[in-house]
Design a protein around this ligand. Structure first.
Ligand SMILES: Nc1ncnc2c1ncn2[C@@H]1O[C@H](COP(=O)(O)OP(=O)(O)OP(=O)(O)O)[C@@H](O)[C@H]1O
Ligand SMILES: [Mg+2]
Length: 261
């Protein structure tokens, strides 16, 4: 397992994430278990694993351990990071978020965008804000997009089992989805992603939730409920939501004509 080597800085946002250099020479955005945000880390882990399986542009991540000898020397950590394991997402340098980027004429990985939207509906990610997409400049006005921050999938960062047994089946209000949808060239891409999601092995989902560290305090029943929610939504909820998204959000954008893009 990689070890933390040097503390860089605290990052913006309610998760109180920290940028730390690890023994593999790479910088990671580390999130710790916080009171009131009990499901942030399990959500990050499940969102990350499923997103990577689907081939979405989510930064490489892993579960790490921050030993007390390291955290006790960092004042910013006092009272934080008490659990043995943390979630660490590899830092993608030199990015702008959706608020900071001004002119985007081209998204080089635009084939991934429908996938991100379908993923957000599958997992009920209510936090696809402009801060949670990162743009890396590849050439003038041409950007690669990364999706980050899956702490609020399953509807929230502090869900209880009863909540995920009745997740909403409504269209999400996301200006970012609107922004991404403008770059999607073919609505069949939504259905291609739906098919991949519907054929994702249940065994994989079970393995992913099984790997949630014990000290993140997710009960056996909650883990089971996560898998049940995923399996139920992909068949009973997702197809209808995608159809509605295409009709109510995607098509109007594309019918308005390119001059308004
Ligand atoms: N892999 C990454 N590469 C580069 N920057 C990152 C990465 N992950 C997170 N960040 C930066 O750290 C900030 C906080 O991370 P993140 O959005 O995951 O947590 P948060 O505190 O839950 O945010 P929010 O305010 O949306 O709740 C992000 O807004 C982004 O600027
Ligand atoms: Mg965020």
């Amino acid at each position: 397992m990689i070890m933390p080597i040097s503390y860089q800085r605290k990052l913006d946002g309610k998760s109180n994430a920290h940028l730390i250099t690890f023994s593999d020479g790479k910088d990671y955005v580390v999130k710790c278990l916080q009171q009131g945000f009990e499901k942030s880390l399990p959500n990050e882990w499940v969102g990350y694993c499923l997103g990577r399986y689907l081939g979405l542009p989510i930064p490489f991540a892993r579960i790490v351990e921050i030993p007390r000898e390291f955290s006790s020397q960092i004042p910013e950590f006092t009272g934080l990071c008490e659990s043995q394991f943390q979630f660490a997402s590899q830092y993608v340098p030199d990015c702008l978020n959706g608020h900071e980027v001004s002119t985007v004429l081209k998204i080089t990985n635009n084939r991934d965008l429908a996938g991100i939207i379908v993923f957000d509906y599958w997992l009920q990610n209510r936090d696809r804000t402009r801060k949670n997409v990162l743009f890396y400049k590849e050439s003038v006005n041409s950007w690669k997009l990364w999706a980050i921050d899956h702490a609020e999938i399953f509807g929230s960062y502090d869900w209880l089992q009863a909540d995920i047994e009745k997740l909403p089946a409504r269209l999400l209000k996301s200006a970012t989805h609107q922004q991404l949808a403008r770059f999607i060239e073919d609505e069949n891409q939504f259905y291609e992603q739906l098919e991949i999601i519907q054929t994702t092995p249940i065994l994989l989902m079970e393995e992913i939730v099984e790997l949630i560290p014990d000290d993140w305090n997710v009960t056996k029943d909650e883990k089971k409920a996560m898998v049940t929610a995923l399996v139920t939504r992909r068949h009973k909820v997702l197809p209808k939501l995608i159809e509605r998204f295409i009709k109510q959000r995607y098509r109007p954008l594309h019918m308005k004509g390119k001059e308004k893009d």
